[in-house]
Design a protein around this ligand. Structure first.
Ligand SMILES: Nc1ncnc2c1ncn2[C@@H]1O[C@H](COP(=O)(O)OP(=O)(O)OP(=O)(O)O)[C@@H](O)[C@H]1O
Ligand SMILES: [Mg+2]
Length: 325
């Protein structure tokens, strides 16, 4: 992992920031994104009580050396960007240097991390933003983070968390997005000692798709698409002529440069492309959209991920503006 730096005031002022932690799924999102940015090939998430009591994320990524491990918990500390110019071509998922300190300020937070270059790991414990303990310890290379009692010291925010089932559903939804985008990473989710999901790493995306959606994924109506125009590329899967009864029915996913996006303009364009075909079939009712899973790749300079986490993120190209999550 490149060394961590505290961003200068100048860079900080150009970053659109905001509260990123709203519920257990946001913690899972931030920690899993960190693991992916750290080039982990295996990520395990363990949760208890829908993540309200415990969220543990174990990765086998690059880990951190002791001084970086301490710095990582400071606000505006990141290894992913350095200066203002970096903001316009962000290729990592994170870049604000805010997630870890935000999580540690609203939970009992423990991190054990080890870079493969060193024999020793660092263990840091923080309770509601206060540093409690720093120790040397032993562990495999990579990083494990435990987040216990999210918002316990902030009853007004804890109160807004939903039932275990609902919170777990949010976590699983997010987990699926990551599993779809990164088939080369193994993902395991354990909830209250029960294994919920276990996806094996594979270079073959088709394999991951059938792991997630079941063998029914490759029905006759699946069309694998792929197209390129200069530096812009789209590939993925479209479906349509058969009515689906399986879990794919609600799968209308678009990912841009490795991020899930939910944007009206993009959805509308896809729907318009489908429309003439849909009307010819008896099965799909007008107004509904068959499933699709599309991966769009655009040059990093053409996408603006630097908007407030509360807004939908903007993707700006010369002619289009998309909103992304
Ligand atoms: N699992 C991990 N493995 C290795 N390094 C990590 C891991 N998690 C965090 N780090 C390091 O700690 C830094 C701070 O992480 P944090 O998530 O707070 O910020 P970020 O990922 O840089 O930006 P953002 O706030 O947008 O997520 C990262 O830039 C990275 O260098
Ligand atoms: Mg991060």
């Amino acid at each position: 992992m490149p060394k961590i730096n505290i961003l200068s005031e100048d860079v900080r002022n150009k970053i659109a920031a905001g509260e990123v932690i709203e519920r257990p799924a946001s913690v899972v999102k931030e920690l899993v994104e960190n693991a992916i940015d750290a080039k982990a090939t295996a990520i395990t998430v363990i949760v208890e009580n829908g993540g309200k009591d415990l969220i543990q994320v174990i990765d086998n990524g690059l880990g951190m050396e002791p001084d970086d491990a301490m710095l990582a918990l400071e606000s505006h500390a990141t290894s992913k960007i350095r200066n203002v110019d970096d903001i316009v071509h962000i290729s990592s998922l994170g870049f604000r240097g805010e997630a870890l300190p935000s999580i540690a300020s609203v939970s009992h937070f423990t991190m054990v991390t080890r870079s493969a270059d060193l024999d020793v790991a660092t263990r840091i414990e923080i309770n509601d933003g206060k540093l409690r303990d720093v120790q040397k310890t032993s562990s495999n290379p990579g990083t494990t983070i435990w987040v216990r009692g999210l918002f316990k010291s902030l009853p007004a925010r804890r109160k807004f968390l939903r039932s275990e089932t609902v919170e777990l559903r949010h976590i699983m939804k997010y987990f699926h997005y990551q599993a779809i985008i990164y088939p080369n990473v193994s993902f395991k989710l354990i909830a209250d000692t029960r294994q919920k999901l276990n996806y094996i790493a594979s270079e073959d995306r088709n394999l991951r798709m059938s792991e997630i959606f079941g063998a029914g994924f490759f029905q006759d109506d699946l069309i694998q698409v792929s197209g390129q125009n200069g530096d812009y590329r789209v590939d993925g899967y479209i479906f349509g002529l058969e009515e689906r009864q399986d879990k794919l029915i609600d799968a209308q996913y678009v990912f841009i440069n490795g991020r899930f996006i939910n944007d009206k303009t993009v959805k509308h364009s896809i729907k318009s492309a489908y429309e003439p075909h849909i009307s010819k079939t008896r099965v799909w009712m007008k107004g509904t959209t068959p499933p699709y899973i599309l991966f769009v790749h655009v040059p990093a300079t053409q996408i603006d991920v630097n908007v407030s986490p509360h807004q939908k993120m903007k993707c700006v190209s010369e002619r289009t503006t998309w909103c992304i999550h």
